[in-house]
Design a protein around this ligand. Structure first.
Ligand SMILES: [Zn+2]
Length: 217
């Protein structure tokens, strides 16, 4: 059997399982979605967002890219975040990185990888931003793990710097921004950053909005 056919067979079995659980498993969420969480994770196949958080379809709005980056010129990611914040009105946005991230590993090297150099240079910028800490770490694996953590912290900061996140904070005191790390060796998630609507980013990133954009809240 060709390997991809296994996926289609799995799907049939999965539908049966869910229908046995409850008959309206699919129909109850097929009309509308109202997820409370936006997940921005790595594309890595070993970090399945729904599985590690134990949620069911309808609970998690998901965006994934290499090394879970929030890049201010990435219209794909920005559109996902804006839709999640303004239309779905999510309460929490989670950036989840993971130890052993190949994207971060590649960014730490000087290897030429073609187009992907452009993507990974955003991580190199984070290395440069934190080089005073990272360069004092003689152990390469410790430095690698720390850059994975710092990358998540900085991506959460990037979210806080978005005008539509700040506008949602002013209008409705949400979303809370979270930075988590998934440990592939243990399966556990670890919280490493949290930004509430009251903890604003550096002044230079804080937008002043005209009154008509502020709404009632
Ligand atoms: Zn990764």
């Amino acid at each position: 059997m060709e390997t991809y056919k296994r996926l289609l067979l799995n799907n049939k079995a999965w539908v049966q399982d869910k229908m046995e659980l409850r008959e309206d498993f699919f129909t109850r969420t097929s009309g509308v979605q109202k997820p409370e969480f936006l997940w921005i994770g790595c594309s890595d196949s070993r970090v399945p967002a729904e599985e590690v958080t134990g949620v069911v379809p309808g609970e998690l709005f998901v965006h994934r890219n290499i090394a879970n980056l929030v890049v201010h010129t990435d219209f794909n990611m920005l559109s996902v975040v804006q839709y999640a914040v303004e239309v779905l009105e999510v309460k929490h946005v989670i950036v989840c990185g993971h130890y052993g991230c190949g994207g971060v590993r590649a960014a730490m090297s000087r290897q030429h990888l073609g187009l992907i150099n452009k993507w990974l240079r955003h991580i190199k910028d984070i290395y440069r931003l934190h080089s005073s800490e990272l360069d004092t770490m003689p152990d390469e694996n410790a430095r690698y793990a720390r850059l994975i953590e710092l990358n998540v912290v900085e991506q959460v900061n990037h979210l806080a710097e978005l005008s539509f996140v700040q506008l949602a904070w002013k209008r409705s005191k949400r979303p809370t921004l979270h930075g988590w790390i998934y440990d592939m060796n243990t399966g556990y998630l670890k919280q490493i950053a949290k930004i509430d609507p009251d903890n604003v980013p550096h002044d230079i990133f804080m937008y002043e909005f005209p009154k008509e954009l502020m709404g009632d809240g």
